[in-house]
Design a protein around this ligand. Structure first.
Ligand code: FAD
Length: 284
């Protein structure tokens, strides 16, 4: 279908992007890669009268180290994340997960900020950011604020972001003992289920773990039952198997659609939790 008529403006700074959005009186929308928004507009599920292009705002794309943390700008494409030497060195799970998104076309246009703002229940990077305990940095007319990823994703396509705010980027600590495992939907490569595991281990014992799932329910969220089954235990196959066996027991409203039934997804949460934990453990 053809979208409804809209105007197009290109913002040259974060402040200008926010001002344009406020001036649109609720009728405008940011566009970054357009890979989620444009399909919605073609279906007329979204009918903005103004598109504000944020893809070329200087410094909104980029990956850098700052104060011992890693910052990724919102307009950074999945391809740039996938191929970043800095991420491959300091947080390989992030680059690997980005490389699992869609296909090369999607990865060259789609952006990290767009993916997080859109909050598709099956987006890959939402679970990765939750497991990394990343901070999402937002700017609005009133200034800056930071939201932890676990608090940012609240429901289906629902995030803690005001109508007049923009995601500027994300920040997280370097991490090695982490892995992402997903069951690809064959056509789009969206995860039917995706699990990201981050382990803190020393002397062969798991000190703590953060494990997050996407695709299974309304939004990316942690699996506290898995984390509890790992904490304080010897890091070995028996511990991983026991933790994977309880994965998803706390999840409500498991998705059921043409791609997979709720029962199948529930079974796959366990399988992909085990795979993510095994890969993370191999790096611990
Ligand atoms: C065929 C296909 C396959 C795909 N496969 C996968 C997959 O396997 N895994 C996966 O995770 N995703 C997948 N995607 C989605 C893809 O990753 C999108 O790029 C992503 O979800 C949205 O990013 P975007 O930059 O294109 O955002 P856009 O479409 O430009 O915007 C999406 C929404 O976010 C808002 N927005 C964008 N940037 C910001 C910002 N900085 N601040 C505030 N709001 C903002 C927009 O206003 C809009 O509401 C697929 C998409 C397609 C078309």
């Amino acid at each position: 279908m053809i979208p409804t008529e809209f105007d197009y403006k290109r913002a040259s700074s974060l402040d200008e992007a926010v001002s344009m959005l406020v001036a649109s009186g609720g009728e405008g929308k940011f566009i970054a890669g357009g890979h989620s928004l444009v399909p919605l507009m073609k279906l007329r599920l979204s009918e903005p009268s103004l598109l504000i292009d944020i893809a070329r705002i200087p410094d909104l794309a980029g990956i850098r180290e700052k104060d011992g943390k890693i910052e990724v700008g919102a307009a950074t494409t999945h391809h740039a994340v996938e191929t970043s030497d800095l991420l491959r060195r300091l947080a390989p799970v992030v680059a690997e997960a980005a490389g699992e998104i869609g296909d090369p076309q999607v990865r060259h246009r789609g952006t990290l900020g767009g993916s997080l703002a859109h909050a598709d229940p099956a987006a890959d990077m939402t679970a990765v950011m939750v497991a990394l305990d990343a901070e999402i940095h937002l700017k609005g007319p009133g200034g800056w604020r930071a939201v932890r990823a676990a608090d940012f994703f609240q429901g289906i396509f629902t995030v803690d972001m005001a109508e007049d705010e923009i995601i500027a980027g994300v920040q997280f600590a370097p991490v090695q003992a982490a892995a992402y495992a997903k069951l690809h939907q064959k056509a789009s490569h969206y995860p039917i289920v995706g699990v990201c595991a981050v382990l803190q281990a020393s002397g062969g014992t798991v000190q703590s773990a953060r494990v997050a799932v996407t695709g299974a329910s309304t939004h990316a969220q942690r699996l506290p039952e898995v984390e509890a089954a790992l904490a304080g235990k010897a890091l070995n196959q028996a511990t991983i198997d026991a933790a994977a066996a309880v994965a998803g027991s706390g999840l409500e409203d498991i998705n059921s659609d043409i791609h997979a039934s709720a029962a199948y997804r529930r079974a796959m949460v366990k399988v992909f939790t085990r795979r993510a934990l095994e890969r993370a453990a191999a790096r611990a």
